[in-house]
Design a protein around this ligand. Structure first.
Ligand SMILES: [Zn+2]
Ligand SMILES: [Zn+2]
Length: 152
């Protein structure tokens, strides 16, 4: 979808290019692993209990999304006339991929020296989807709008 920069870490709404967003002032929330971004202060608020920040130690910082897609986060940018580039998978759309392919590949390679087939990532994504669906149901049944570790 054009014009979307990233998704809100809390509500998963799209954060559009060149629009304001919020980050947490706590450095671990801006780290490479978490790298939280929020579409609103309310969504930033929602992560406070999850990360167990003390009220006085965390703040929301307003930023503005870049006006062009983030090259690092979006390496497979679609170039007109070049969709369906000759990727090794060529099947499932990358939007359906819930795992970071390079990290999974590296983990398996480092651990075992094995390769990982493209279909393995699709299957992993399916499993994560199933896990998330289950966790959503648990959170919903408890009247929460935030999926937490204990829901899995
Ligand atoms: Zn949000
Ligand atoms: Zn935070």
């Amino acid at each position: 979808m054009a014009g979307v920069w990233r998704k809100c870490s809390s509500c998963k709404r799209d954060i559009l290019l060149n629009s304001p967003y919020y980050v947490c002032s706590v450095s671990t929330c801006q780290g490479r692993v978490t790298n939280y971004v929020f579409c609103s202060v309310n969504c930033w608020d929602a992560h406070l209990p999850i990360e167990r920040h003390r009220g006085d130690s965390a703040g929301a910082i307003e930023r503005r999304a870049p006006s062009t897609p983030d090259a690092a986060a979006e390496p497979k940018k679609i170039i007109p006339g070049q969709q369906k580039a000759a990727g090794p998978t060529g099947t499932a759309s990358e939007d359906d991929m819930l795992v970071v392919v390079t990290k999974v590949r590296k983990y398996i390679a480092d651990k075992s020296g094995m390769n990982t087939s493209a279909s393995a990532y699709e299957k992993l994504s399916d499993k994560i989807r199933n896990l998330c669906d289950g966790a959503i149901e648990v959170a919903r049944s408890q009247g929460r709008k935030t999926v937490m570790d204990r829901d899995f």
